[in-house]
Design a binder for this molecule. Sequence first.
Ligand SMILES: [Zn+2]
Ligand SMILES: [Zn+2]
Length: 124
Amino acid sequence: MRNTTQRTEILKYLRSKRHHCSAVQIYDAVRKVIPNISLGTVYRNLNNLLEQKEIISVEAVDKCIYYDGFVEDHAHFVCNDCKEIYDFPIELEKRTSIINAGFSVDSERVIYYGKCAKCKNANR
Ligand SMILES: [Zn+2]
Ligand SMILES: [Zn+2]
């Protein structure tokens, strides 16, 4: 199996999910298409895709890395209870002070931690 096929399948899977997946989740899904793929190969391809900025990664509260095929700048909210990761648009006005200082922003990583609406209501 050629390397590009593995890479394409991993990217296709991540782009098809508006969701953040762990390497193991990606491995389980891609294995259905490429049965002989190893977890190590998945990691290698993920690191490659990260380097090429085809995907981004998010570190959750449990230190697990989740991969995101949606690379437009956006903020993440990680729920401390259910560990779900949510996407939110970035508030561009936050950059004003940086832009005003004459700097330019290439990318932005914002992660909020807390309780999602579902968990907040469940704990009442
Ligand atoms: Zn939650
Ligand atoms: Zn995301």
